[in-house]
Design a protein around this ligand. Sequence first.
Ligand SMILES: Nc1ncnc2c1ncn2[C@@H]1O[C@H](COP(=O)(O)OP(=O)(O)O)[C@@H](O)[C@H]1O
Ligand SMILES: [Mg+2]
Length: 267
Amino acid sequence: MSEPALIEIRNATIWRGATRVFDNLNLTIEQHERVAVLGPNGSGKTTLLKTINRELYPVIADDSFVRILGRDQWNVWDLRRHIGIVSDDLQHRYAPKTTAIEVVVSGFHSSIGVHGTLAQRVNDEQIARARETLAVLGIADLAGTQLRSMSTGQQRRCLLGRALVHQPQTLILDEPTTGLDFAASFDYLDRIRDLSSRGCNIVLVTHHLSEIPPEVKRVIVLQEGRIAADGPKADVLDSTLLSAVYGTKIRIREIDGYFLAYPGAKT
Ligand SMILES: Nc1ncnc2c1ncn2[C@@H]1O[C@H](COP(=O)(O)OP(=O)(O)O)[C@@H](O)[C@H]1O
Ligand SMILES: [Mg+2]
């Protein structure tokens, strides 16, 4: 039997509040694909990731489904072992007093703070795994440090640690380098490349073409809740196509496997 797709979405209608973000969405991402998702603000990128991560559900209809790893039904705890997610949004949900080890350990509970209840709810093995994860990310020294005393880059590494503590097969990253300086961004991207080279599936949302690792071969562009383009990176990262989607002139260059977008000439 062939391996089930990471995600298979058929005829999905997905609402957020009073906004119908997707209508009749069809999308399949196989395992072991590395995918980047682009699109203007509000085009539905985060909504798509939250759907993959089962934080949002489509409207129930006979001919519609969202299947993750071949299954329609998941309990959240199981899914966390397969899919780790990092988003800026998540970072803001932690109290500033939360320590690095607490952030990482909270990955075992799919919850935000475990502050104050660490001893009761967490076993030694989980703490050991969380410490290992911090060490792998180069922030073992920060285990007892509170988020409010860390740089944004260090905070973001803690969140990556939270996503990685289960050693999930798939990592979903929603604008992971927002607010990071060059050193922190490049370091972060290196870690993602390393995970990818060790077989981790990557689905990356970004606004910065230069942050799409060379390993990512497929690019999906969303525009107002529909798929405006989906295909090989070199085809999709095309100036005419992206200029139309973003409504502004964009020029694109490829340099050493990376892509760069810069403003088009005024006419
Ligand atoms: N919590 C919410 N309630 C209502 N509408 C929302 C909510 N979150 C997002 N939206 C709307 O859904 C659409 C898609 O949002 P989103 O998926 O966050 O876009 P992106 O991540 O591409 O910027 C936007 O029109 C946005 O205004
Ligand atoms: Mg978003």
